[in-house]
Design a binder for this molecule. Structure first.
Ligand code: R5P
Length: 291
């Protein structure tokens, strides 16, 4: 197998190649003046099994189309197969029809990935794990809580309490807490289907403790900021806001810090100034069989 890094994830592709010893094939990219994407495999890929590494964080639609170009071109040039590692899979929050007439965008995306020739898709902490069971292309979800927990451990926060939000968040909190040998609790959240406004509720007491808030995604920062504010009002000492995918849209970070978080920590699935840990190790272990 060889690795082809797409423009969204060159850093992660290089890191994976380094860890695994797999060759990183040279791919050239540019954007035409009108914004269209150009890609060119600068080396022979015929007969190769290729792992394309291309995240789908903003600008999502461009990154998705670049993933399509990479698969279609590689196969056209004679590659034996192409698989995709999309560390952040876009549209996973639109996994069902919430309102009459809406598109189920995740299904459309998965159909497109199959149609351009991907034989398998790997992703990290997909927002809707239930939705991939019926995917037209096999999707494998790699969990990155261990990588997050290792980073938290290195911060030496004493005995932190892990707090998550939402039903699915509870599983994430459980996993992070297990790696940290810490306690956890799950806050409840609800989102208005039309305005997107989030409200959170924390039922148990958090006392004067150091808190690690975990969420799979920080997008606009609204959910995290609401929870941090609530925990602060309940007497929490230090609060660290963490996630796997830090999309950090607009003033997300400012909102979270203003609400009382001391730091924001996210992984390199979405590269940003808040990236503090890498998912390359867990990916290498699960899909490349390398440590
Ligand atoms: C929701 O189900 C997710 O786990 C995140 O809580 C949500 O996507 C975060 O979005 P935002 O940062 O816009 O509140």
């Amino acid at each position: 197998m060889i690795i082809a890094g797409g423009p969204a994830s060159t850093y992660l592709a290089e890191k994976l190649s380094e860890i695994s010893g797999l060759k990183l094939v040279k791919v050239d990219y540019k954007l035409f003046p009108d914004g269209e994407s150009y890609i060119r495999f600068a080396e022979d890929v015929s007969g190769e099994e290729i792992l394309v590494v291309q995240g789908m964080h903003p600008p999502q639609d461009r990154h998705i189309f670049q993933a399509c170009l990479l698969a279609d071109t590689a196969l056209d040039l004679g590659a034996r197969s192409v698989s995709l590692l999309a560390p952040y899979l876009a549209y996973a929050r639109q996994d069902k029809r919430f309102l009459e007439g809406e598109s189920v965008s995740l299904n459309t995306l998965l159909k497109v990935l199959k149609a351009v020739g991907y034989k398998r898709v790997y992703t990290v902490n997909i927002h809707s794990p239930w939705a991939i069971k019926s995917s037209p292309v096999p999707v494998e979800d790699i969990l990155a809580e261990e990588a997050l927990a290792e980073h938290i451990k290195s911060m030496k926060l004493g005995e932190p309490l892990v707090v998550s939000v939402g039903k699915k968040g509870k599983c994430m909190a459980e996993r992070v807490a297990r790696f940290l040998e810490a306690e956890y609790l799950a806050a409840r959240s609800s989102r208005d289907k039309v305005t997107g406004e989030v409200s959170v509720e924390v039922e148990d007491s958090v006392g004067d403790r150091n808190i690690i808030v975990v969420d799979d995604i920080i997008s606009t920062g609204g959910t995290m900021a609401k929870l941090v504010e609530r925990l602060k009002a309940m007497g929490a000492r230090r609060i660290i806001a963490t996630c796997i995918h830090g999309l950090m849209i607009g003033d997300a970070a400012e909102k979270i810090l203003r609400a009382g978080a001391e730091a924001i920590i996210s992984s390199d699935t979405v590269p940003s100034r808040y990236t503090r840990y890498s998912v390359a190790g867990v990916i290498a272990r699960s899909i490349l069989g390398k440590t």
